[in-house]
Design a protein around this ligand. Sequence first.
Ligand code: AMP
Ligand code: MG
Length: 538
Amino acid sequence: MNTLHLTNTTEDINSAAAILRDGGLVAMPTETVYGLAADALNGEAVRRIFEAKGRPMDNPLIVHVADFSDIERLHLVAEIPDKAVKLAKAFWPGPLTVIMKKGGVIPDEVSAGLDTVAIRIPSHPTAQALIKTSALALAAPSANTSGKPSPTTAQHVIDDMDGRIEAVLDGGACSVGVESTVITLVADTPRILRPGIITREEIEAVIGAVEVDKAVLHQLESNEKASSPGMKYKHYAPRARVILLRGEDEKYIRFVNRKYARDKSVAAMCYDEDKPQINAPCITIGSADNEKAQAQALFDALRAVDEIGGVTTVYAHCPSVTGVGMALYNRLIRAAAFEVIDLPTKRIIGLTGQTGAGKSEVAKLLKDRGLPIVSADAAARQAVEDSEVKAMLCAAFGDVLKADGSLDRRRVAEIAFSAPGRTAVLNAITHPRIARIMFEEAERLDGDTVVFDASQLYESGEDAYCDRVIGVLADPGLRLARITERDGITREEAMRRMSAQFSEEFFIANCDDILYNNGSAEELQTSVKELYERLVRG
Ligand code: AMP
Ligand code: MG
């Protein structure tokens, strides 16, 4: 099919209206996002919307009309509740969708078999003109391929829908940028099913108490029924993996920069103010304190992720969940398939280094000075007793449990260290859990600075949580002597362990502070004291 690219001149709107009257599909601009419109009372035409988008048939559509009187005139709903009249006066035309009991004329395709229908009166002049000229009610979901970010420009629509629909009407960039707030009045208390820029607080000021559906902010369990079918799907996602980082600006910036230092395939989705400090490729979504601007930019930003070459993971800064923030969070958390990382609230000092260099002595000295230590070894022992981790280890390495159900750690070590590929599998399973345990312990401990003692700080990615990283190094000869003696192992085994680690150059390039431990115990004490004073006392 050849998709017509139309503008918003009267002539083009007339052509688009004619297409709609013939049962065709037209993408139209609205103030929220571009909608993919068809005659709402023509089940055949509506079915084509689902086909063009690849939208699951159980996800109902919103019916758009130009004027409040159209709802009654076209018998779209069984009855109009008082609260709908109040909402209409306050917010229509505008980015609010109201769900009511449906009228008999609504085809099952529109309501996806439910006995309710979603109605909206858009304010965008082109949408208004198209509805009026066609003299139809228009069923219109967002004009994107199902699962992708909603389109906020005609180009986004063309990227997804060219060749699949009769026409795209270009009306410029959408001003709101996120889809309408959806509220159901078919409930004891009105309930928001999808947040938008009309906020809960604004709605409550008009009709009193309003609930927020659980699916707005949380992932539904597989046995829970979605009141808004659209909210159960992964959605708005670019090809790259999106991860939300919840925490302060400074922690966010540091986390992204540390990830990027190790992995050039990561990118950031951040506020304008953060950009100068971020080393990774960066997509900005507006100023930190202008949530409306962020809403307007959000979907374009999510689409832009895939336009930067070679990005596999994008770290987005998690918004607050109040006001317009709720709409942003609701979209981002779905783009992230609910993957959120909490950043520490404390100052974290990472402590790592080469085997035999004396990291443990340094940890002891820092502890003596009053810094709480979180040990990665202890966290690792705890992690492998986690039932989920045990199940994953069994799936990867066969039955590695003892008769009493605890992990046979010797057996796991035997298998995991038999080949580098297997070690990587072990790490992929355990490291996220270990990091989680360390993070939780850090939050529990007293004091505002905590040391992460981790020989594999970089391998595990725990470095990204750290404000500073100390690397402890020593000459190879010394280390060899120390570990053969300490661990009672052969020279060969000691050399093997030493060469399995990162090089001295790596630590020098990546750590913020380097401690050389080539001298006496007193010398180490002195250098730790100096470092402590610099880091903690400022
Ligand atoms: P879209 O048109 O792509 O913005 O999606 C419309 C949203 O409204 C989806 O999340 C639907 O699940 C929701 N929706 C539409 N009609 C109903 C309805 N009758 N009951 C509950 N949710 C609805
Ligand atoms: Mg949609």
